[in-house]
Design a binder for this molecule. Structure first.
Ligand SMILES: Nc1ncnc2c1ncn2[C@@H]1O[C@H](COP(=O)(O)OP(=O)(O)OP(=O)(O)O)[C@@H](O)[C@H]1O
Length: 357
């Protein structure tokens, strides 16, 4: 199922505050989109509007090119899992999963045996084939999340809306459920929109990341594009550690304010004046003192060990220390407490928070 949101505006009830401020989003059938952004950005509000759980004052919402039908039509086509969407504790797992089918009017409800078969199929799919007779209290957190997903999938929805569905899980279970969800999405040909606070999760699972801030979409791109071409300093910072360096552009040269950083050439289109350079720790390079013999070495390096395929360091500048890392496999040997200069020429440039180079 495709989702098209056009110029959506939603006000806080009884107020002129815009919770969603002219939001447009196009999600083609089969896409896996992650909605990310700081707390209060409007992610849940947008998801609820798409689900039809909340109304909106302006704009259009189209599912498969049509305005939304009745609530019941929607309920069958859209599966939701919200973070605090608890299972019914007094029902077995099987009854929980069957709920959406059991409550259908008799004329539409599958036979008892068809419902039982569907429940078993979902239990098998969730890799908890024997859990049907258990009560939710007997399950682990990860198993409960799977049951919540199974319940959302029982009516055969075409669109899956997930609001922090793995929030309560420990990182290891979370990682395995994430991989499994991606495979499920592909296998069932679903369209999935996932709200998550976990940037790594978004990058790993989604084919598109939509970043929200103040009720607006600030960028909508593939994970690679978002990392390579963040349109604002906020997006750059939001997606991961991003040391920033103030300086000034003169004659197409960025001259950092702090000692210990090498000036670097910038594109001629970048106008002179104050500027902020930001880059990832692994994009910072170290220059040994003898390459710049005219200057005294201006910083010292502190090794912080290896992690995730990188060797991590902190470079001590006059007023602060800056994280940087190099791939573990590199031949480059940076000695503990070695000194040198930082080359930040791979930085993106921002002015007033907007990308300018
Ligand atoms: N019914 C409401 N009345 C007034 N304000 C509301 C209402 N619902 C949400 N808000 C406000 O709208 C803003 C967006 O909320 P929303 O829950 O969509 O953010 P979010 O991005 O999902 O945040 P989080 O990551 O914390 O879940 C918040 O400032 C919230 O306080």
């Amino acid at each position: 199922m495709s989702v098209q949101v056009e110029h959506l505006v939603r006000y806080a009830p009884g107020s002129t505050q815009r919770l969603l401020n002219d939001v447009s989003l196009d999600v083609p059938t089969g896409a896996f989109v992650a909605l990310v952004g700081p707390s209060g950005a409007g992610k849940t509000t947008l998801l609820r509007a798409i689900a039809g759980l909340d109304t909106f004052e302006q704009g259009t919402l189209l599912l498969d090119g049509q305005t939304m039908g009745t609530m019941r039509d929607r309920a069958r086509k859209i599966g939701f899992v919200f973070q605090n969407y608890a299972l019914f504790p007094h029902m077995t797992v099987a009854k929980n999963i069957a709920f959406g089918l059991d409550v259908l009017p008799r004329s539409e409800r599958p036979s008892r045996s068809a419902i039982a078969a569907r429940v078993q199929e979902l239990l098998d799919l969730m890799q908890i084939p024997d859990a049907g007779a258990s009560y939710p209290a007997r399950l682990s957190g990860g198993q409960r999340q799977r049951v919540a997903l199974a319940r959302a999938l029982a009516t055969g929805p075409k669109l899956l809306l997930l609001d922090e569905p793995f929030g309560a899980l420990d990182p290891i279970v979370r990682r395995s459920i994430r991989t499994w969800l991606k495979a499920l999405h592909e296998r069932l040909g679903l369209t999935t929109i996932l709200v998550t606070h976990d940037q790594d999760e978004a990058v790993e699972i989604a084919d598109r990341i939509v970043v929200m801030q103040h009720g607006q979409i600030v960028q909508d791109a593939t994970p690679e594009d978002l990392n390579r071409n963040p349109q604002t300093a906020f997006v750059m910072e939001f997606l991961g550690e991003a040391p920033s360096f103030n300086g000034v552009v003169q004659d197409s040269l960025m001259i950092p304010d702090e000692a210990g950083l090498l000036p670097f050439a910038v594109n001629a289109s970048v106008s002179p004046g104050p500027i902020t350079a930001m880059l990832r720790p692994y994009e910072i390079q170290i220059c040994s003192p003898d390459e710049r013999s005219a200057q005294e070495p201006a910083l010292s390096l502190i090794a912080e060990g290896s992690r995730n395929g990188y060797r991590h360091y902190r470079a001590q500048l006059a007023e602060r220390s800056v994280p940087f890392s190099i791939p573990d496999c590199t031949e480059n040997t940076v000695e503990i407490q070695a000194s040198g200069f930082l080359d930040i020429s791979r930085a993106r440039l921002f002015r007033d928070g907007e990308r300018c180079g």
